[in-house]
Write a protein that binds this ligand. Structure first.
Ligand code: NAD
Ligand code: UD1
Length: 336
């Protein structure tokens, strides 16, 4: 199966491409390298013995996309490409809406031109905002987003929903990721944030490897067992596998399909820190700081729908998430 993978050299995209190649699928990668390095392509090749077809270009360039579609008999699209830093989105909302919303619209138009009617869109648990209750199901209310990044994801879901209503023979899937972490177990691929990491796991990893002094824990006064924020961390390899299952199960089935990709289990910041210390064999220094604006206390996924309808469930433990992150970070202290 030939699948166009936008943002395929990014963190989640690259792991998904490896799993696709291992399963005999053919990813055709499009990436403008605004947040990825070309070295990722070599790592994918080293792991799979296959160098996937790669086109460097921007999804907002319709002529470029038309050209890629004309060269391959593409059956489906997995759409990872986008900007994802919450703080940056507050400073640069126009850039975020242009890349994430406009980029998705241009992509959908190029798909329509090419007659490709199947898309899996990388959405986020951020569309649920501060949940009324946990676990969060796919029918929990959405839209109370607190920043331009989150709003851009919600807007793309809205645009693609309207588009699907007009084209009911399409297969449109929203994969709402919770907190993807971890790395390929080989230690050759992982998350490589530019600048100071915004997210918990890459920050802990950079403290452990000596690139940063200590972790700031943003608040210990939430209504959670130890007071620190609770999230549903999911191994990036599980996220990758979830895409393969979605492609096979609903990728060719007309409909609007919405799935949470999480584990169904929440872990606190302190629990993640403890697990990481165990993985790297030393304590990771931290200090308690005030809450981060816009943060919520606790959030984790209901996994029932994905289990029932896709027959899919995340299998990797928190210890594997931290061990694989450490393996990657310690082998590649400066990233790619
Ligand atoms: P990433 O930044 O590592 O990957 C995104 C890739 O898209 C990068 O390689 C980047 O160069 C490319 N890209 C960005 N804009 C592009 C454009 N206009 N044209 C072509 N390529 C472009 O991010 P990731 O963590 O792999 O996330 C993938 C997707 O999943 C994103 O849409 C993100 O919003 C979503 N998501 C991620 C998380 C997470 O925690 N990582 C959580 C929820 C949702
Ligand atoms: C963040 C984004 C969310 C995005 C997701 C995945 C915010 C408000 N939300 O989610 O929109 O979809 O990343 O990219 O940024 N923490 C610390 N110290 C740190 C970093 C984090 O204590 O240095 C804590 C946070 O307060 C939180 C937990 O760790 O309780 C997880 O944080 P993070 O990894 O940033 O993910 P989210 O906040 O869930």
């Amino acid at each position: 199966m030939k699948v166009l993978v936008t943002g395929g050299l990014g963190y989640i995209g690259s792991h998904t491409c490896v799993q696709m190649l291992n399963a005999g699928m053919e990813p055709i990668i499009v990436d403008n390298l605004c947040n990825a390095k070309i070295a990722v392509l070599d790592r994918i090749e080293a792991l799979t013995n296959i160098r996937p077809q790669f086109y460097q270009g921007d999804i907002r360039d319709e002529t470029f996309l038309d050209d890629v579609f004309s060269k391959h008999a593409i059956q489906s699209v997995i759409h990872f490409a986008g900007l994802k830093a919450v703080g940056e989105s507050v400073a640069k909302p126009l850039e975020y809406y242009d890349n994430n919303v406009n980029g998705s619209l241009v992509l959908a138009r190029a798909m329509r031109t090419a007659g490709v009617k199947s898309i899996i869109f990388s959405s986020s648990a951020t569309v649920y905002g501060d949940p009324e209750s946990v676990p969060i199901t796919e029918s929990s209310s959405v839209g109370a987003t607190t920043n331009p990044y989150g709003r851009s994801k919600y807007m793309v879901e809205g645009c693609l929903t309207d588009f699907y209503q007009s084209q009911p023979d399409w297969s449109v899937t929203f994969a709402r990721y919770f907190n993807p972490v971890g790395a390929h177990p080989s230690g050759t691929m992982g998350e490589d944030p530019q600048g100071i990491p915004n997210n918990l796991m890459p920050f802990i990893a950079q403290v452990a490897v000596g690139r940063r002094d200590k972790l700031s824990i943003f608040g210990d006064d939430y209504a959670t067992p130890d007071g620190t924020g609770v999230r549903d961390y999911i191994h990036v390899m599980d996220v990758a596998d979830g895409h393969l299952v979605a492609l096979n199960r609903v990728g060719q089935k007309a409909g609007l399909h919405i799935y949470n990709l999480g584990t169904g289990k929440g872990s606190s910041v302190i629990e993640m820190l403890d697990a990481f210390s165990q993985a790297c064999g030393k304590p990771v220094p931290y200090e308690i700081c005030p809450r981060r604006p816009g943060d919520i206390g606790a959030c984790w996924a209901s996994t029932e729908k994905a289990e029932k309808q896709l027959g899919w469930k995340a299998t990797r433990s928190v210890l594997e998430m931290t061990a694989d992150t450490w393996h990657w970070q310690s082998k590649n202290p400066q990233g790619y």
